[in-house]
Unconditional design. Structure first.
Length: 176
């Protein structure tokens, strides 16, 4: 029984390490490739981008965008939006600049203001409907607390088989 428990604890510990490495690669490693991550907070782009989905956005030159492309842009200083391009219009003030009329797939009407080319962050290239949970939980203050708790839990797991062997050895049972 003792060896079986040790094997189970080792398997759980290994699985946790693999999970943490995969999450790090998916959430942080993609930044090396020039991708930014955003979580969809509203249903304006459903079903293409469901609420809670994690989007990977790659920077694009506004001149490379076409009607029908989804784009992620700054609506104001604190709001990031992903909507689809309905129309591309030349800027009246600058010849090489474009403005974009956008609309959410689930919205009935187009957005009220045109999006200036300098406000475009990029174009979504990947989406993961499940990873948003880990991204949301793993960022900010709650993420710090979660990471700290996960470290303590993993550290504790590394000692569980050793404590189990010592306890059985004290009771007079044979410890392998």
């Amino acid at each position: 029984m003792n060896r079986t428990a040790g094997k189970i604890w080792n398997a759980v510990g290994t699985a946790l390490v693999v999970l943490v490495v995969l999450l790090a690669a998916l959430l942080v490693g993609v930044r090396i490739a020039g991708l930014k991550t955003y979580t969809v907070l509203s249903g304006s782009m459903e079903p293409a981008y469901p609420t809670g989905a994690l989007l990977y956005v790659k920077g694009r030159d506004p001149q490379d965008l076409r009607v029908g492309d989804p784009i992620t842009f700054m609506l104001d200083e604190s709001t990031v939006v992903t909507h689809r391009i309905l129309e591309i219009l030349p800027d009246e003030e600058a010849v090489d600049t474009f403005r974009f009329r956008t609309k959410g797939d689930a919205n009935d009407t187009s957005d009220g203001n045109l999006v200036h080319g300098r406000n475009i962050i990029g174009k979504p290239v990947l989406r993961f409907p499940i990873l948003d949970i880990s991204h949301t939980l793993y960022s900010g203050r709650r993420g710090y607390i979660l990471r700290s708790g996960l470290r303590v839990f993993c550290f504790s797991l590394s000692f569980c088989p050793a404590f189990s062997k010592r306890a059985k050895g004290r009771r007079g049972e044979r410890v392998p």
